[in-house]
Design a protein around this ligand. Structure first.
Ligand SMILES: [Zn+2]
Length: 69
């Protein structure tokens, strides 16, 4: 229930966001050990790890091996 002070020193461990390694576009959000992917027209998916997705911005294939933590 309390904030963790000083955690800003490593935002990658806190952020559940999965971003493209090339253009930093948001690809998905990690929730409860799964990746939440959101596509156009309201299509959404929960997928397990490892997960691969092609960036909508630069078409780079990205892979996440395990939940961000
Ligand atoms: Zn990209």
């Amino acid at each position: 229930m309390s904030r963790v002070d000083g955690a800003k020193s490593n935002p990658n461990l806190l952020s559940p966001e999965w971003r493209c390694t090339r253009c930093d576009k948001l690809l998905g959000v990690c929730r409860d050990g799964r990746m939440h992917l959101r596509f156009a027209r309201g299509h959404e998916y929960f997928v397990g790890f490892p997960v691969q997705a092609t960036c909508r911005g630069c078409e780079t294939l990205n892979q996440a091996q395990s939940p961000a933590r």
